[in-house]
Write a protein of this length. Sequence first.
Length: 180
Amino acid sequence: MKKLKLEELNRITVNEFKEATKHPICILLDNIRSLHNVGSAFRTADAFSIERIYLTGITGTPPHREIQKTALGATESVAWEYVESPAVAAEQLKKKGYKIVIVEQTNESIALHEFNPDESEKLCLVFGNEVNGVSEEVIALADLALEIPQSGTKHSLNVAVCLGIVVWEIMKANLGKQST
């Protein structure tokens, strides 16, 4: 086994990424206060060819040095848009045929591992504020609530970690369907 060198990774260019087919998934960041979480969302969206990120409310926007620390240039490849109101963004996406999937602990949440996404379905994954979670206005618009089962004392994960887990599980579920 040997570690691959950068030139052996066959990475595509930013322009090739922009032209490439994306998964019908977008990410809506609902009032995320940490710029590092925002940057990480961009990097994850790039890694999994996510269509677009919606930055809402107090969520910081590029260009910003603190976002770049974790995005590592992904703000240049991933399409993004700022919408002041998270609920307005969710309403607009719903009208475009996206299923609004909040990642939040609610009385109707289903465990992430029990979610069986339809690969042709357009999903908008909503991640909420680090303290208050997804806003009530967006919860009212949600088609589905997902949560990551946890057994520790905190019952919450950092937004960036949660986002990575959720996106990977959805991608993994769809990859499994493609191989059958």
